[in-house]
Design a protein around this ligand. Sequence first.
Ligand code: WTA
Length: 682
Amino acid sequence: MTEKERKEATETSEAQIAVHWQEEGYVPPTPAFIAQANMTDPTIYDRFSLDNFPNCFKEYADLLDWYEYWTEILDTSDAPCFKWFKGGKINASYNCVDRHLAKHANKTAIHFVPELEEEKVDHVTYQELWVRVNEFAALLQDFCGLKAGDRVTLHMPMSTELPVTMLACARLGVIHSQVFGGFSGKAAADRIEDSGSNVLITMDAYYRGGKLLSHKEKADIAVEEAEKMGQKVDKVLIWQRYPGKYSSDVPMVDGRDYFVNDLLKDYYGKRVDPVPMPAEAPLFLMYTSGTTGKPKGCQHGTGGYLAYVAGTSKYVQDIHPEDVYWCMADIGWITGHSYIVYGPLALCASTVVYEGIPNYPDAGRCWRIAQDLGVNIFHTAPTAIRALRKIGPDEPAKYDYHFKHMTTVGEPIEPEVWRWYHEVVGKGEAAIVDTWWQTETGGFLCSTLPALKPMKPGSAGPGMPGIHCVIYDDEGKEVPPGQGIAGNICIQNPWPGMFQTIWGNRERFVNQYFERYCKDPNSKRWQDWPYMTGDAAVMAEDGYVRILGRIDDVINVSGHRLGTKEIESAALVVPEVAEAAVVPVKHDIKGREPDLYVALKPGIESSDELAKKISDTIVREIGPIAKPRKVWIVPDMPKTRSGKIMRRILAAISNGSDVGDTMTLANPEVVEEIKKMEAASK
Ligand code: WTA
């Protein structure tokens, strides 16, 4: 077998099971939108052409305030670990808070919307944010002894305290690593260990679906598990959902656990000067799933990252200081870091932080929030749009809100769903941007600039200014636009928002993202290091890109990335399980779901209880988002003669498509048995 045949036989990916729609026609933005837009100058594409690279990105750097202006725009001497704005000194907290005080101290920075409608919305002004960030930074510095370069793990739900914590870390140059609140204590432990954090910051509880969920026990598990891996956590700081009251019944551990609100009393009125950080100092880590079981910490820098998210927030999100901007992602994901916290606050917008789920208590909730707060920019994912369309297709019309602009992010959006978003949610008035990007990329890669390019349903649009996309086939040959042929989409050049490395693992960074298409591994020229995104895409004649999905073993569930290997290794924690294979299955709302196939150790009987135990273990190890659609306990895995599990066949069965030729398998009869199980379950 050739390498290519071997891959096809054993692997399956989202891109392979993607069913794709055709190219759609253009939809223009309204004249009213164009009249007010931040970017209406078509020469931006020339200014950001490859000929003007990398100097074009000065435009983004100049949106920020620098203590010391940089001297070299792009240092490629350690390629592919590129350094942007070298020689510059900057602080992210200063740029997101302090610099707005002179003119906008009393403007709302954060509207925190609790999930319970009877609870009061918290409107935090920039002045108030500044006070809270200073006091908490003082606490981190004094009580925890944290300083620039230290890592801190955050495992916090959607709350005002989360951006306060991030900005307090940034003020000191402390590297924050926020773990999605819905992840398990074990998942937090893995990230604590990998980042070497000895402080964990969490919250006692939060609302979800109308219930106050206790969150503190996850901290206990996280600390215990991290310690087993050799990483001691000395202090656990616990914010309270209701300040002054403990909303969990899990005991506090003496000498380790502290209520932030108690400690803060000693820091009222304290101020901490922002630390001028080198532009290339790490700002945060964001762990994401990749091709091996272990999540990897994407390391984002300070100056480049902040410049890129400020620039894209201004020109793609069209944020003006007078806008009320609501991105309904979770801050625990990159979307929330870049486009709830850092980008909007750098531009002095009012950003909405909503605690709960979109359909609590009913299908009109989002539109009531939009109406009540005067939200005029709305940002969400196809999975939420599909769900809202299903449960309340006529709800938006009942509320008096007007979006000028809307975003979709995280997965491909079906043209039908896009049209509902445009006509019903956006009332035909809003410009839509379909933004394609990744945890690794810090900010948008492809999107239309909303006043300059028309929308095309189902297409993410062309490369952003300064992002030069290229589609390669498996042999590394460029697939020209307009051929209708899919390939691996890469970016020809680095950009300021790009991650700097994988925390503590440069080798993996190079192997996974650059090795395949690198022109010369010893080269110090950026031209030789195209960035491989891991997505399959088709580029139309006009340069608009349609993303088909991942080419590797990552599954995008409701816009959240999960590694199949991660789920498989969680299943293998169950002692009865001998082998596990995860494949993506299409789902109406979530886009994709993981389906889990397991084979048991000899002598062990299959049962519903065991299937449940395996599913529960995955939820415990990773979190509810990784819960398999179904656990199929099979007599054996379909395998090649060399013993490789044929995931492609399992994926075909799960998706009800043709399994193809199975005669080359070592055990073709197993395929028939699995098909029967699947038919019987319907
Ligand atoms: C997918 C989320 C189609 C893609 C920002 C990518 C998309 C992965 C889009 C990254 C989009 C993201 N259209 N697919 N507009 N945006 N993706 O790291 O497969 O959580 O590689 O970052 O989501 O997911 P991540």
